[in-house]
Design a protein around this ligand. Structure first.
Ligand code: AMP
Length: 485
């Protein structure tokens, strides 16, 4: 059977998950938690609840506040248990099928599932499942897990989920809701974050601790790499069903992705970003008058750079907060427009000055090129760009949306050429050892790196089975693949 194709659809896998068990207002808390996690995905969100008898779901495209800010929507989601999800993705009415949590009726009851990460053997598994007669409803890799649960020959729902998770490869930090149980699972490498918290008698699982702060919950601990946490009437229990692997948490979460007020793997993200800026100032000092961040992502590193260098920190670029992140715009044309909509350089601060401009990363180079032109147009005499991460030379296959390698500026050009293209007087990136120092390691040990840093080094810890089989290099929709073949 040839699957339906949504033209131009390209779901991306950057997401956040939230789960709560044992609270009479589970949906309202999930909505607040998802709102705090909005930075991890702004295109769609969903919540599924269980009220002791049946499941209730609401999913839509848009921002969490717009979807769940309406009390009538929350009232239609009764129950003491809920899971939720926010995602990045392109728009289009039909993409509602891809909005998570996914829900399915199984022989044992209901299963809702919400996933952050990306599976690296999903295309292979999907092809096999389709040959075996499975009928897919969405284009997400997450649905592969649902089908594997349905096919498992084990008895209990949790055992069946674990059985399915043993077959998939890649990065997953996921939450699932069964009839009266919440399950949270993290892949053995622990690539994406997942934390366990408590609010009175209720248990909570979320992508980041900022989702606990918003509802006054306390953080208990990280869900550990390879751990499966089961929460039900009996309380909380922990399973370790996978082959242990050396943990490789995503270092880019510290650079850009996580919210600065979150504690991730025991480290405060804001503090790490400031230390990144300090390392950068030590490694790449500049003769300049002021340090200016590209807001918001460059702010903590610029503060660190200013503190270390002794140069004054100034907000020479002001960001308009009422436009989404640059990356979510679907076409290059709009993306270019987006950068101008979003930032304005302040002539009174920058005019005649030698400026150290700090941003977290250069991906395609679009943002930096525009910002530098803007800073120069505002009268800056010199622009010295300092990037708070090593050059992004490789695509991510584990859940962070990056373009294919050919579009990464640092994969195409050397430092000198990049400086010319971006239009700066000097350009420097943080070294990979500097980044490791900022997260508290002495250096990167190439034999045993502590983190997943594949986007900077090309060292992919988890096998890229689909990619090895010549599948398209993006972690995009499975339908797009069918479309191409
Ligand atoms: P670019 O314009 O393609 O070079 O994008 C670089 C900018 O996008 C940086 O200022 C980052 O703050 C931001 N950025 C980096 N990685 C991502 C990502 N995976 N998703 C969204 N934004 C990103």
């Amino acid at each position: 059977m040839s699957p339906m194709v949504d033209a131009g659809e390209a779901p991306r896998e950057e997401c956040a998950v939230f789960a709560i068990y044992g609270h009479p207002e589970a949906a309202a808390h999930a909505a607040l938690g998802l709102h705090a996690l909005q930075h991890r995905g702004q295109e769609a969100a969903g919540i599924v609840t269980f009220d002791g008898r049946q499941f209730h779901a609401h999913r839509a495209t848009g921002l969490v506040g717009d979807i769940f800010g309406n009390p009538r929507v929350i009232a239609a989601l009764p129950g003491h248990a809920a899971i939720g999800h926010t995602r990045y993705s392109t728009t289009g009415a039909s993409m509602l099928r891809n909005v998570q949590p996914l829900y399915a009726e199984m022989g044992f009851g209901g299963l809702a599932i919400a996933h952050n990460g990306n599976l690296t053997n999903a295309r292979m598994l999907r092809r096999w499942l389709v040959e075996e007669g499975a009928i897919f409803q969405s284009t997400t890799d997450t649905e592969v897990i649902v089908h594997l649960v349905a096919r498992s020959r084990l008895r209990g729902p949790v055992e069946r989920l674990v059985d399915a998770l043993r077959i998939v490869e890649g990065a997953f930090s996921l939450v699932a809701l069964f009839d009266d149980a919440v399950v949270a699972a993290r892949d053995p490498w622990g690539v994406r974050p997942l934390v366990l918290g408590r609010l009175g008698e209720a248990w909570i699982v979320a992508s980041e601790t900022c989702a606990f702060d918003i509802i006054g919950a306390e953080c208990v601990r990280d869900v550990e790499p390879g751990e499966v946490v089961v929460i039900d009437r009996e309380g909380v229990r922990s399973l370790r069903p996978f082959l242990p692997r050396p943990p490789r948490f995503c270092i880019f979460e510290y650079v850009y992705f996580a919210r600065p007020d979150s504690i991730v793997e025991g480290r405060g993200v804001y503090e790490v970003r400031k230390r990144i800026g300090m390392e950068l100032a030590r490694e790449a000092p500049a003769e300049a008058d002021l340090v200016v961040p590209v807001p918001d992502s460059g702010v903590p590193a610029a503060i660190g750079y200013a503190q270390q260098s002794g140069l004054p920190f100034e907000l020479g670029i002001i960001r308009n907060h009422y436009v989404g992140r640059t990356f979510i715009e679907p076409s290059d044309h709009i993306r270019h427009l987006g950068v101008r909509l979003k930032h304005n350089a302040d002539r009174r601060t920058l005019g005649g000055r030698r400026v150290v401009l700090v941003d977290d990363s250069i991906v395609r180079g679009t943002t930096s090129t525009k910002i530098v032109a803007m800073v120069r147009a505002a009268g800056a005499r010199e622009v010295h760009m300092r990037i708070a991460s090593p050059p992004t030379t490789h695509s991510c296959f584990y859940g962070v949306d990056t373009p294919e390698r050919e579009k990464l500026l640092a994969a195409r050009y050397d430092l000198e050429a990049m400086a010319r293209i971006v239009g700066v007087d000097s350009l420097a990136f943080l070294s990979i050892d500097g980044l490791y120092r900022a997260v508290g390691e002495p250096r990167r040990d190439p034999a045993r790196p502590r983190f997943c840093d594949a986007c900077f080094t090309g060292d992919y810890p988890i096998r890229l089975r689909d990619h090895e089989r010549g599948e398209p290099a993006r972690q995009f929709s499975l339908l797009a693949e069918e479309e191409a073949s």
